[in-house]
Design a protein around this ligand. Structure first.
Ligand code: RIB
Ligand code: CA
Length: 309
C-alpha cells in the first residue's frame, strides 16, 4: 500500500464534519495531521470545542488550532442550528475537552505545517473558507507548499442549499471563497453537484456501533437530528454525505468526474455565495459527477472497521 495521504481538515463541526473526521481517523490511507476549526455550523468557540472533544472521544491527541469566529468582510450569519443542532452534534453531547487548542491560530498552524512538509499536505476545508483566506493573506507562499486544496463547498451546476443560489460554506463567507478560488494552487471543488448524490443512511452509521461502540453510539445519536432535518426538508431517508466526500476525494479521485474551469463567486446581494464556472481566475477541478456507491462503500467500510474505540 502507498504511504498514507497527509491531510489537515478545516472544520465547523457539525454532524457531517464529525462523520468526516471519524472517517479520516479510521481509514489507514489517511494521515490526519491536525484539525483547524472555523465558525459556520456553530460559533467559532463551539467549533473549536467540538473538534477537540471529538478527537478525545476517538482517543486521538492530534492538535486542533482554533480559527476564525467571523467572516473576513460580511457580518456573521447566525448558525443554522436547525440543521446540526445548537451544540453542533444534534442532541448528542460530548464532555468538555481536556486539552486546550494549539497555541497557534489556524492560519499560522496551516502555514507552519505546510512549510515543515513542502508539497506533501492536502488541505481539506469543509466549512467557510475564512481560515484558508487568512492563511493566504498572511502566508502567500503556501500556494507553493500545499499538495492540493480539496474544498467541500459550492453549487456550480445545481441550486444551493441555503437558497436557490448559494451553498452554506460559501454563503457564510463569499469574500474568503473568492480569495481562495483566485489563488494559483492545485484545487478541487467537491460541491453539492456531487455531495447531494451521496445518501448516507441510518444503517450506514449503525454499522459502526458494534465494532466501535463509543464513537458509534455518539455518531448514531448525533446523526439522528441531521437525518430528521433531511427528512423534513427534502424527504430523504438519510443525509447528504457532504464533508466525508471531500476527504475521500482528497485520497482518491477515481469515483469523481471533473471539469476544469475558473470559478466566480457572487459577493453580495440576493445571489451572494453563488458559484459559477467562468471568470479570469486559475482553473479549478470542479466535481460534476460521482460514483455515489463507491464513495459510500469506502466511507462505510472504514467507519465500521473497528479502528475507532
Ligand atoms: O453545505 C454543506 C456544508 O455546510 C457542509 O460542510 C456542512 O457541514 C456545512 O458546513
Ligand atoms: Ca462542514
Amino acid at each position: 500500500m502507498s504511504a498514507p495521504t497527509p491531510i489537515i481538515i478545516d472544520t465547523d463541526p457539525g454532524v457531517d464534519d464529525a462523520m468526516a473526521i471519524l472517517y479520516a481517523l479510521s481509514d489507514p490511507a489517511v494521515e490526519l495531521v491536525g484539525l483547524t476549526s472555523v465558525f459556520g455550523n456553530v460559533t467559532g468557540d463551539r467549533a473549536s470545542r467540538n473538534a477537540r472533544a471529538l478527537l478525545e472521544l476517538a482517543g486521538s491527541d492530534l492538535p486542533v488550532a482554533e480559527g476564525a469566529h467571523r467572516p473576513v468582510v460580511q457580518d456573521l450569519q447566525p448558525p443554522a442550528d436547525f440543521v446540526h443542532g445548537v451544540e453542533g452534534f444534534g442532541e448528542a453531547m460530548l464532555p468538555a475537552p481536556a486539552r486546550a487548542p494549539d497555541p497557534r491560530p489556524a492560519h499560522d498552524f496551516i502555514a507552519e505545517m505546510l512549510a515543515e512538509r513542502p508539497g506533501e499536505i492536502t488541505l481539506v476545508p469543509v466549512g467557510p473558507l475564512t481560515n484558508i483566506a487568512l492563511a493566504l493573506d498572511a502566508h502567500p507562499e503556501i500556494t507553493k507548499l500545499v499538495k492540493r486544496v480539496v474544498v467541500m463547498g459550492g453549487a456550480v451546476r445545481r441550486v444551493g442549499n441555503v437558497n436557490d443560489f448559494a451553498e452554506a460554506n460559501i454563503w457564510q463567507d463569499p469574500h474568503a471563497a473568492a480569495t481562495v478560488f483566485a489563488a494559483d494552487w492545485p484545487m478541487t471543488l467537491v460541491g453539492l453537484d456531487v455531495t447531494e448524490q451521496i445518501i448516507c443512511t441510518r444503517a450506514d452509521i449503525a454499522a459502526m456501533t458494534g465494532p466501535s461502540p463509543r464513537c458509534g453510539a455518539f455518531m448514531a445519536h448525533a446523526a439522528e437530528f441531521y437525518f430528521r432535518f433531511h427528512k423534513d426538508s427534502a424527504d430523504i431517508d438519510g443525509c447528504h454525505l457532504h464533508d466525508p466526500a471531500a476527504v475521500i476525494a482528497a485520497l482518491d479521485m477515481s469515483a469523481f468526474e471533473t471539469v476544469s474551469a475558473p470559478l466566480t463567486v457572487t459577493l453580495d446581494g440576493a445571489e451572494a455565495g453563488m458559484t459559477r464556472e467562468g471568470g479570469d481566475g486559475p482553473p479549478i477541478d470542479i466535481c460534476i459527477g460521482v460514483d455515489a456507491d463507491a464513495v459510500l462503500t469506502r466511507f462505510r467500510d472504514h467507519l465500521s472497521s473497528g479502528r475507532l474505540p
